[in-house]
Structure formats: structure tokens, C-alpha cells
Design a protein around this ligand. Structure first.
Ligand SMILES: Cc1cc2nc3c(=O)[nH]c(=O)nc-3n(C[C@H](O)[C@H](O)[C@H](O)COP(=O)(O)OP(=O)(O)OC[C@H]3O[C@@H](n4cnc5c(N)ncnc54)[C@H](O)[C@@H]3O)c2cc1C
Length: 391
């Protein structure tokens, strides 16, 4: 006997946990992604180029840039609504969600939380509309998981600062109007708001990526970039500055990765229902159903975890180590789901005709950036044992 099928997340009655505003924002973003973005994604991915400027303006007009920040033209939504928006964006492509995460949670958040009033007034309203794009330069070629070792240096010359160094793997770098750059100073690590038109600044794009091809990734070269004293973020000194921003963006990934996984699973279920093998639908084989059941279980569990963390964040009680839990679990499960869905699609799964392998490849980056899975395991290990095992 057959009954009408449930969707993987519908089965968990996820909507019963959402408020009206959550649902409205989610549905608006879902429709935008389905209608405006999804038809373009395979082409962008194949060509390895994305119209980031146009996208930023569209995303800004939807109120998605810095959406969980208050004031300065930002929408001021709940953190949970921000997470749900990230999920819908990443159901399109992790590159699209990366654009929004870096803009809102890294570059804008850094200025919003640690910047001067002048820096906020100058950049945040234009970044909220997408008129100005931001990037966030922390990682260097030799210092990813251990950013404390960074070599980029800012030195005082009179009342100016002079920045020298190279950042690597920087999302939005080549299209950015402003870069938030972290550098060593005599006082410890400081953040600098660097207009990208400043002499000595360049941002060559990194090509030949197999992952996040619909996203701009760049090197930032700072060749004696001279900045006024007013360019330093006055509110923070030390690694706590960049880590506070990464925690914001990482929270969006807890939801976002599940969007990619959901898109893979929906694609695989639809494919299995249509595809006839040994004279019957692939969906009718027990092995296929076992895969679909197990993947739905992990997707739903990840969603309940994301929503729980969202509510904790909205209540102001979310600990950064809990964000590590969510990032570790949901990226790990999302990539496992994407790979398993690829098996259901067989050879067709390796093409861009279906989104599955594109998502799987993208999730390789998502697994690595914003703290690798191994680093989050170490964070959780330290929380539970009291012993730091980073070195
Ligand atoms: C597409 C993309 C976009 C990115 N965008 C940005 C951006 O906008 N801004 C930015 O600043 N950075 C960005 N990054 C950089 C990203 O944050 C780093 O790649 C990440 O922190 C890992 O650093 P790494 O690549 O140097 O790897 P490494 O730190 O060299 O790590 C290599 C391996 O060693 C493991 N490892 C590290 N430390 C330990 C340990 N103590 N014990 C055991 N294993 C360990 C890691 O988990 C990993 O498996 C981006 C990266 C990618 C791929």
C-alpha cells in the first residue's frame, strides 16, 4: 500500500517550530532562489564566474545583507530568520550563501560590532543595499587554522598606519569595495577598514577551483598600504576580534549547509521515483529507501539542532562552542548526504544537469572554511575534557 509522500523536513514538522516572520522570510528567499538564481547556477559554476555586483544589489533589495544587525539600514531580524535565509540561499549554491555570509556576518559585523561611529555611517548603509561589497581578510597562505601566526603587519608612521602582507582564500576579494583586514601590530592583532581603491592594495582572483566556483575567491596583496588612524577598528584588540565575526558567519553555516543537503535529497528522491531500473522505480528498492530514510533522519536532526541553536542565539545565551557543535555536525552530515545522493543518481549525478555534485563539491570548502571539522572537534574536545589539544 502506498500513502502520499512526506518531504524530509515536513516529516519532522519543522514548520510547527517557526514563527510567522521566520516562515515569511524563508518563503521569500526560497522563491527568489528558485526563480531568479537556480536557472543560472550551472552556467556560473561551469564558467567559474558569478555576477557578484548584480547579485549583491538583488540580495540587498531583499534585505538579506547584514539582516540580523540593528540600525544603519539593516533589517534587524532574529538570528533564526537569518539562519533560515542562509539555508534557502545555500539550497541554491554555497557560493551564494558565502557572498551573503561574508558581507553580513564578517565584513559588516566587524564594522558594526567593533567599528567607530564614522566607520559605521560610512560603510554599513551602502553595504546593506549591496551598493558596496565587503570582504574579510584573516587567512594567510601559511596561517589558516592558526591565524594567530599571521605575518601581515601594520606599523605606525606618524599618525598613519602602513599595512604590508598577503591574505589568501578571501571570499569577495576581487569585487570588494572595502576589506576588513586583520594585522599584527605592536599592540597585538588589530582590524583595519581598508577601501580597496587605496594605493598598494590589489586582489588577484584565485582560479582553477573545483569547489565554490560560483563565488569569487581572491588573494589580498597589501603593499605598503597607507591608512589614516581612523581606519583601525577601535573596539577590539587581539584574536577575539576576528573570532567574534567568524562565530557569526559560522552560525549561518549551521543552517546553510542543510540547504545544500536538502536540495540534494529532494533531487535524489524525485530522480529515484522517475528512474526505472530492473523494470521498476529505483525508489521501490529497499536499499534506496534505506538511504533516503537515513539521509532524511540526519537532515531533520541537523535542522532541529540548527533551530535550537538559533533560539539560544536569539535568547543571547549561545556559547561559541555550541556553534562549533552545529558547524561540525551539519557540514559533516550535509556532505555525507550530498555524496550519498550522488550514488542514487548514478552517472547522471556527475553532471551539472543536476545540482548534487555541485553541492557536494561546494561542501568541501564549507567543511574547511570558518574552522575545519578537525578544529571544531578540538574545540569541543577542549570543552568536554578541559584539555586543549591544538598543538
Ligand atoms: C573557498 C574558500 C573561501 C574562503 N574564504 C575566506 C575568507 O573570506 N576570509 C578568510 O580569512 N579566510 C577564508 N578562507 C580560508 C579558510 O578559513 C581556511 O582555509 C581554513 O581556516 C583552513 O586553513 P588552511 O586552508 O590553511 O588549512 P590548514 O590550517 O593548513 O589545515 C590543514 C589540515 O590540518 C588540520 N589541522 C589544523 N590544525 C590542526 C590541529 N591542531 N590538529 C589536527 N589537525 C589540524 C585541518 O583541520 C586541515 O584538515 C576560505 C577558504 C576557502 C576554501
Amino acid at each position: 500500500m502506498t500513502t502520499s509522500p512526506a518531504t524530509p523536513l515536513g516529516f519532522f514538522a519543522v514548520d510547527s517550530l517557526l514563527g510567522e516572520e521566520d516562515v515569511a522570510i524563508r518563503d521569500t528567499v526560497r522563491k527568489y532562489v528558485e526563480v531568479e538564481v537556480k536557472p543560472q547556477l550551472a552556467g556560473w559554476y561551469e564558467s567559474g564566474s558569478v555576477p557578484a555586483r548584480e547579485l549583491a544589489v538583488e540580495l540587498g533589495s531583499l534585505g538579506l545583507l547584514g539582516m540580523h544587525l540593528e540600525g544603519y539600514g539593516c533589517a534587524g531580524t532574529s538570528a533564526t530568520a537569518y539562519g533560515l535565509a542562509c539555508m534557502e540561499l545555500e539550497a541554491g549554491d554555497s557560493g551564494l550563501r558565502s557572498l551573503v555570509s561574508v558581507q553580513g556576518s564578517l565584513a559588516m559585523f566587524a564594522i558594526w560590532r567593533h567599528g567607530s561611529e564614522e566607520q559605521k555611517q560610512e560603510w554599513l548603509p551602502r553595504m546593506a543595499t549591496g551598493e558596496a561589497i565587503g570582504c574579510f581578510g584573516l587567512t594567510e597562505a601559511d596561517f589558516g587554522s592558526n591565524p594567530a601566526g599571521m605575518r601581515t603587519r601594520a606599523t605606525r608612521e606618524g599618525s598613519d598606519w602602513v599595512l604590508s602582507g598577503t591574505k589568501m582564500w578571501i571570499t569577495n576579494g576581487s569585487v570588494a569595495d572595502v576589506a576588513v583586514v586583520w594585522a599584527q601590530t605592536d599592540e597585538g592583532i588589530r582590524g583595519f577598514v581598508v577601501p580597496t581603491a587605496t594605493p598598494g592594495f590589489s586582489a588577484p582572483e584565485i582560479k582553477h577551483k573545483m569547489s565554490l566556483r560560483a563565488s569569487v575567491t581572491s588573494e589580498l596583496v597589501l603593499d605598503d598600504v597607507r591608512l589614516p588612524d581612523a581606519a583601525v577598528l577601535p573596539g577590539v584588540t587581539g584574536l577575539a576580534g576576528p573570532l567574534s565575526c567568524l562565530n557569526e558567519a559560522r552560525f549561518g553555516i549551521v543552517f546553510g549547509a542543510l540547504g545544500a543537503a536538502r536540495d540534494c535529497l529532494e533531487t535524489a528522491i524525485a530522480y529515484a521515483q522517475e528512474r526505472e531500473i530492473f523494470d521498476q522505480p529505483l525508489a521501490g528498492f529497499q536499499l534506496t529507501q534505506a538511504k533516503i530514510a537515513d539521509m532524511s533522519l540526519e537532515l531533520g536532526k541537523g535542522m532541529l539542532l540548527a533551530l535550537h541553536l538559533g533560539r539560544l542565539k536569539d535568547a543571547g545565551t549561545l556559547d561559541h562552542r555550541q556553534v562549533s557543535l552545529g558547524k561540525l555536525n551539519n557540514t559533516r552530515e550535509a556532505i555525507a548526504i550530498a555524496r550519498e545522493c550522488r550514488t542514487i543518481l548514478g552517472a547522471a549525478g556527475i553532471t551539472l544537469e543536476y545540482p548534487v555534485m555541485r553541492h557536494a563539491n561546494n561542501l568541501e570548502s564549507v567543511l574547511t572554511y570558518e574552522g575545519t571539522s578537525e578544529v571544531h572537534q578540538l574545540v569541543i574536545g577542549q570543552a568536554l575534557t578541559g584539555v586543549a589539544a591544538f598543538r
